[in-house]
Design a protein around this ligand. Structure first.
Ligand SMILES: NC(=O)c1ccc[n+]([C@@H]2O[C@H](COP(=O)([O-])OP(=O)(O)OC[C@H]3O[C@@H](n4cnc5c(N)ncnc54)[C@H](O)[C@@H]3O)[C@@H](O)[C@H]2O)c1
Length: 421
């Protein structure tokens, strides 16, 4: 397994549990050292999984990519971020393909899992392998299988989420299907790597577009004095033809804000616009600004200026009950509030302190969430609805609450200090 992050580590564990000897490869020495010691660096996975791996004889973790030759099956789960201009950054995939090519040998099966645009496996991976003189479908095999991991989810895990598999050719697809069937409950073969690549993008674009739709509905209904959350609840009573999506302070995570633009970029090659994706991106990217504006107006209503106001942001992770802060809108909210002169702190039970990221370096530490601390802020802004939060305590002790998650829906007592955003 190459790339031992949110996707690679649980997938490696699934194959390990299925009885395969496994080797984990990563470029991050801290991750390799932690794995060797049996320590988990992904909180939501718990310690048991990593302890189980480290204590068995059939697992090793290494920085030494020459050992790729030992593997019969090589699965790559490296990052696929966006560049500064929303263009795909395939440098990790390219580097991995080059690492694999260095030790490629007959009978190896290579599978790409990273989310990416259709034809990446064929156009980026395959030529690097065939440059060795070996032939795909004859000497080695290549397939694509998109990861559908949803970290923190309790009702599905790596083994139980159905998995798509598509080969570069028929034999590669059949081999990948046979391998994944050993570790995953339901594996669905599709006719090509391209179908599997595009299916993953469709899944994520579907979410991005529908989230943008409810975010737009939220702004429109708010201007009309109608509660969007009650409207969604009402529409959800229809037993068919409607699936509920929920508004929020903006998109977060490594997938939904990023993946759709992989297709936008590739679509230009065939002269096709991707208007839904662009529009959804536009609406979703505006949400932090909308929330900041609502906060500014709520303070104004109470005779306070944003400049000099003390604001506490609740939740730094991009979704509940995980410590994943990648692309989290909370960072943008904090920076935006600070630009307007507010003094901002945050609390997140899963993120004790911030660390340097590609676009942000806040150097902040989570404050204690006590009644006295809550009372000291001019405004508490709810960005992430972690289940550890005691909403009644927050409602009872805050001067003003700006709620982007409908977290305050069940609190008792006065509500005139709660503003939906
Ligand atoms: N996180 C999710 O929920 C999720 C869900 C579905 C799909 N995906 C996709 O899976 C892929 C991986 O995402 P992730 O969330 O696991 O990322 P991650 O950042 O958690 O993990 C990636 C790992 O790859 C390592 N790495 C980077 N360059 C490397 C290299 N050249 N060789 C070996 N290792 C290298 C990093 O050190 C890191 O440990 C992405 O394409 C992502 O879009 C993620």
């Amino acid at each position: 397994m190459i790339g031992l992050g949110y996707v690679g580590l649980p997938l490696l564990a699934a194959f390990h549990r299925a009885g395969f000897p496994t080797i984990g490869f990563d470029v991050d020495p801290d991750k390799i050292a932690a794995l060797k010691k049996g320590e988990s660096y992904l909180k939501h996975l718990g310690d048991t999984l990593v302890k189980e791996l480290a204590s068995g004889a059939k697992f090793d973790a290494t920085l030494d990519f020459s050992r790729l030759a030992e593997a019969d099956v090589v699965i790559s789960c490296v990052p696929t971020p966006l560049g500064a201009h929303l263009e795909p950054d395939l440098s990790y995939v390219e580097k991995t393909a080059e690492d694999i090519a260095k030790t490629l040998r007959p009978q190896q099966l290579i599978v790409l899992e990273s989310t990416t645009y259709p034809r990446t496996t064929r156009e980026i991976m395959l030529p690097r392998f065939e440059a060795t003189g070996l032939k795909c479908g004859k000497d080695f095999y290549v397939a694509y299988s998109p990861e559908r991991e949803d970290p923190g989810r309790k009702d599905f895990n790596t083994q139980s989420i159905p998995k798509l598999v598509g080969g570069i050719d028929r034999i590669s697809g059949e081999l990948a299907l046979a391998v994944y069937k050993k570790a995953i409950k339901q594996v669905i073969p599709v006719s090509s790597a391209e179908v599997a690549e595009a299916a993953k993008l469709l899944e994520n674009i579907y979410r991005a577009v529908n989230i943008a739709l409810v975010n737009e509905m939220k702004m429109v209904l708010d201007a009309m004095g109608i509660d969007v959350w009650e409207v969604i609840r009402a529409a959800s009573t229809k037993p068919f033809g409607f699936q509920a999506f929920y508004p929020g302070p903006g998109l977060g995570g490594h997938c939904i804000p990023i993946d759709p633009f992989y297709l936008t970029w590739k679509a230009r090659e065939v002269g096709m616009p991707t208007r839904f994706i662009e529009l959804a991106g536009e609406v979703n990217r505006k949400m932090p600004e909308y929330v900041v504006n609502k906060t500014l107006l709520a303070l104004n209503d109470r005779g306070k200026a944003m400049k000099g106001a003390n604001i506490l942001v609740l939740g730094l992770a991009y979704k509940p009950d995980v410590d994943d802060v990648r692309e989290s809108p909370s960072f943008e909210l904090i920076e935006h509030l600070e630009t307007l002169g507010a003094e901002v702190d945050y609390h997140d039970p899963h993120v004790p302190r911030t660390h340097k990221m590609r676009h942000h370096d806040l150097q902040m530490t989570s404050i204690d969430l006590t009644p006295a601390n809550l009372k000291a802020y001019d405004c508490v802004l709810i960005a992430t609805h972690h289940s550890a939060y005691d909403w009644q305590l927050i409602a009872d002790n805050s001067q003003l609450i700006v709620d982007t998650r409908n977290a305050m829906r069940e609190v008792k007592g006065r509500r005139d200090h709660i503003v939906a955003a």
